[in-house]
Design a protein. Structure first.
Length: 119
């Protein structure tokens, strides 16, 4: 496994990395449950570490509800509904991206820990 900085890990270190990655893996089932029950509030995005877009979903919901009196809010709520529906197809990719980021982060931690021990 090659990591940032061209560190090479031993087989034992790679096993350690994979074990820690498995422990930190987000559950697809939990993500879909959050999407189903809290999709319009961005619950699944909070769970998957996409806090900025989750706050954006909440803001869009609030502005949409408040402005429904002016008819504009209906369009915002429709856009939010489409966004939430598209997220149903994006969840597996978000989980894979989170898993890969965790693998790189943990691998770098292990590699840097090894270098620090050698000094």
């Amino acid at each position: 496994m090659t990591l940032k900085g061209n560190f090479m890990l031993t087989e034992q270190q790679q096993l350690l990395v994979e074990q820690r990655v498995t422990n930190e893996k987000k559950s697809t089932g939990v993500a879909y449950l959050l999407w189903f029950f809290l999709g319009y509030l961005g619950g699944h995005r909070f769970y998957l570490g996409r806090v900025g877009s989750a706050i954006g979903m909440i803001a869009l919901l609030i502005v949409g509800v408040v402005t429904t009196y002016f008819v504009v809010g209906f369009f915002l709520l429709i856009a939010l509904g489409i966004w939430a529906l598209v997220d149903a197809f994006l969840i597996p990719g978000m989980i894979r991206a989170d898993l890969q980021a965790a693998r790189v982060r943990i691998g770098n931690e292990v590699a840097l820990g090894t270098i620090a021990q050698q000094r």
